[in-house]
Design a protein around this ligand. Structure first.
Ligand code: FES
Ligand code: FE2
Length: 335
């Protein structure tokens, strides 16, 4: 139970904003690795702007600002991969995945291009079949790592299944669901009021929800956009890997990878595990309850954020979650 903060002002419609937050910093899953072939250049929308994704001949991935530092051509419209560089369509200058100028084909490379990287790029990695990028509005270096999730790399687990939904809200609001226990009973129509236990530890937030002695959800957030969540029902468990991507400050591509241990087809364990998976993917969140796609998304799509909610003693640790999440905003946000 959180200590309800003092309410000084009860804001009404015109004062309230939908998502009054900048894009947080952290590691973000940008897309499936399989969707970017060697030599491919693609434009994507993320972090409230366009970016250009490209894969060099050695397989490495670059993610850059779209606009060429020379005369501003869009690298995603006619840009090509040459070796491991992206080549601008307009005058064929080339840049590597760190934004350094590699070729100016008809003149001397300007001094500034020798001193510094002139094309903004994001650090990238590939893990779990995903392209990851570290986004920070001020280009600060990564301050934590993508977590190890052995289930996503184990041959004993099924190939991860992807679920994705576009939701009109920011990722802080999506994550707040994890600590909002009463909504599981009232919105999801769970027969039982689950109990939650949560704690924050640096960039990690632990949240465990206990429905009854057989059913629990054990979750960890690693920064603003990675959640490792185990749904456990007796001796059956599935892993839900939540990797939401902010498209704008008010729109999120909410993605999940699901995996679980392989069991012989038709075995009791396999049937139980598939049932738990069906519940997690949306037919039901917890037992005989309504799934998140059915009930959470309509709430998220229309709600406004209250800086000063009127909370009661039965609410989950909303304030604790918000304080934890605020560390990922580079600029000061209203409390
Ligand atoms: S605008 Fe890109 S090379 Fe000239
Ligand atoms: Fe929910």
């Amino acid at each position: 139970m959180s200590q309800p903060p003092k309410v000084r002002h009860i804001a009404t419609s015109k004062e309230l904003e939908r998502c009054p937050f900048p894009i947080p910093f952290g590691w973000f899953a940008i897309d499936l690795s399989a969707k970017l072939a060697i030599g491919e250049v693609r434009t994507i929308q993320a972090f409230d702007q366009e970016w250009v994704l490209f894969r060099g001949e050695d397989g490495s991935v670059g993610m850059s600002d779209p606009f060429c530092p020379h005369l501003g051509a869009h690298l995603g419209h006619g840009g090509e991969v040459v070796g491991n560089n992206i080549r601008c369509p307009f005058h064929h200058w080339q840049f590597d995945a760190d934004g350094w100028t590699k070729d100016v084909p008809y003149g001397n490379t300007p001094k500034i291009c020798e001193r510094q990287s002139v094309l903004r790029t994001l650090p990238t990695q590939e893990r779990y079949g995903l392209i990851w990028a570290w986004y920070h509005p001020d280009n600060a270096e990564p301050s934590f790592s993508i977590p190890d999730v052995p289930e996503l790399e184990s041959d004993n687990y099924i190939e991860p299944r992807l679920g994705e939904w576009t939701i009109d809200t920011c990722i802080q609001e999506l994550g707040e669901n994890s600590v909002d226990c009463p909504h599981i009973k009232y919105l999801h129509r769970s027969p039982i009021m689950p109990e939650g236990v949560s704690s924050a530890d640096g960039h990690i937030f632990n949240f465990d929800i206990y429905v009854d002695e057989h059913m629990k959800v054990l979750g960890k957030s690693y920064g603003p956009s990675i959640q490792v969540i185990h749904h456990v029902h007796g001796d059956t468990r599935i892993l839900m890997f939540a990797i939401p991507l902010p498209i704008t400050t008010e729109s999120t591509l909410s993605r999940y990878l699901f995996t679980f241990e392989k069991h012989p087809k038709g075995s009791e364990q396999q049937i139980k595990t598939e049932l738990l998976y069906d519940q997690a993917i949306g037919s039901s969140d917890l037992g005989e309850a309504a799934g998140f796609a059915e009930v959470d998304i309509p709430v998220w799509n229309h709600k406004k954020y209250r800086h000063q909610p009127i909370l009661c003693d039965g609410d989950g640790p909303i304030a604790q979650w918000r304080k934890y999440f605020s560390q990922f905003y580079a600029e000061k946000t209203p409390s």
